[in-house]
Write a protein that binds this ligand. Sequence first.
Ligand code: ADP
Ligand code: MG
Length: 615
Amino acid sequence: MTGKQKKTLIRIIVSAVLLAAARLFPFEGWKSLAVYAAPYAVIGWDVLWRAVRNIIHGQVFDENFLMALATVGALATGEYPEAVAVMLFYQIGELFQSCAVGKSRKSIASLMDIRPDYANIEKDGQLVQTDPEEIAVGDIIIVKPGEKIPLDGIVTEGKSTADTSALTGESVPKTIYEGSDVISGCINQSGLIKVRVTKPFGESTVAKILDLVENASSKKARAENFISKFARVYTPVVVIAALLLAAVPPLITGGNWSEWIHRALIFLVISCPCALVISVPLSFFGGIGGASRSGILVKGGNYLEALAAAEIVVFDKTGTLTKGVFNVTAVHSDDISESRLIELAAYAESYSVHPIAKSITEAYGKDIDRDRIASSQELSGKGVKAVIDGAEVCAGNGKLMDEIGVSWRPCHHTGTTVHVAVDGEYAGHLVISDEIKETSAQAVADLKAKGISKTVMLTGDSKETGEDTAGKLGIDQVCTQLLPAGKVEEVEKLLKEKSAKGRLVFVGDGINDAPVLSRADIGIAMGAMGSDAAIEAADVVLMDDDPRKIAKAIDISRKTLRIVRQNIVFALGVKLAVLLLGALGMANMWEAVFADVGVSVIAIINAMRAMKLSK
Ligand code: ADP
Ligand code: MG
């Protein structure tokens, strides 16, 4: 409990004791008012004060006003204990609310635990703890077993296992050794490792995740916006209705004024909209928190809401459904030696971040002497063009060869062919093959089971490779040989094809598909493999690149929305029923208070379930 919450609790206890004491004195008239004024002041002064302050600021209608009006009205009509009780229960409800919000904040904050406190660097043979923000790219940091890896980097020495569960929800630790990439936020488990830092702290994985999570609650779902608008109209309507209820029946029937004022006050107490106002955002907050615990970062309530209506899921191939780690399976050179062909290809690719490029430079294995590269250019969806040792080298697919007017020959090997041309002459090709992720087929099946009506794969790769992959995974439709712009066109066609209520999800790694990620209704990016551009353009980020998380995310979003709907129906239902009873004179002030606080408490407990949806 925070200090403020403790103070409220103390006020509740003091006021309850004073109320009980006051009931022991059978006073009448002003004496009675005096003994009840004490517990009323203890519990209600801040509500009254806020109501007055809001009126001065011209924002009359809020729950403070409702409560102040109802209780002052009750005091004026001589219902002293009731007035105190209404305030008392209102404050109990508020306290409960603020504890619930605090709890879900904390659950998201437990994700914040990934924030590293320090990084060890070696100085004169001593380990010095340094602020991660002060570490520069290229520095060597030392991570002891049990410590958090503070920055992204590459292991230069040592062997260990890393617990990535805080980031990905994945419970099996990852083995790391010399040359492995490590990301900040993981726990180094078994051995001492040295890491060469590759990104400053501000751009590290941890910093990015924390940014995303902190900004997530600012993007409101439609349901949230609806509720806050609703409350703005609702409260004045209720106050006017209460006034009418107090004045019209006695004027028409000449009946008992105090009886109708009493009913109007009950009406006011019941109609406080707190249950809705708090529980709807809390549910979304919880859903986002629950999703992030399983390694799914949702950038806002609006995206969580949209995911529930997913109808078409479109995948990129490389890096999304496949591992994006290619092996060179064949090398066919024409006039030059095979090793020269690989060397040229690796040099040409050395500036590219495409998975193909990484695999070729890895297959080459030797260090790249950057001085030999005069220029280098990436041609999205086609390949690369570079000047190496003064010769123009192009490496890429048939499209690229056609473009530069080089005749090429197809290869009988299955896999992706990377053709190489030197100074406009065909030099040969490498065949590389990618593996389908173990979880991809299950991911597609899970989506089908969730009622997704269509799955589509878009790829820049060849027809054979593309159709082969799609066939193995059970994907409904496949479009191959697409340039990035072509992918956008295909997505636009699919957007027209889907129903008005349905949403189109695009899942990619951001390499050659960042434009599509932003064009789709919901863009999902692979966080670990994916480029920074993808993480920025996407609405949802999967921390560990497991495509099964897509169905999981849809599941969490649907359950969150179900909770939201339950709360709206339940709260409005109970309130309406008690309102009717109150207007008919069949509910008293006590029942009204219990109905109001009770509904709030139940709605909040229900909303908190959203946090546990990851399990
Ligand atoms: P996907 O849509 O499957 O993710 P991309 O759009 O990234 O594939 O790439 C499409 C095709 O373009 C690749 O299959 C490859 O033939 C070619 N290509 C793209 N980038 C490169 C590169 N850096 N080197 C060689 N070929 C490339
Ligand atoms: Mg790709």
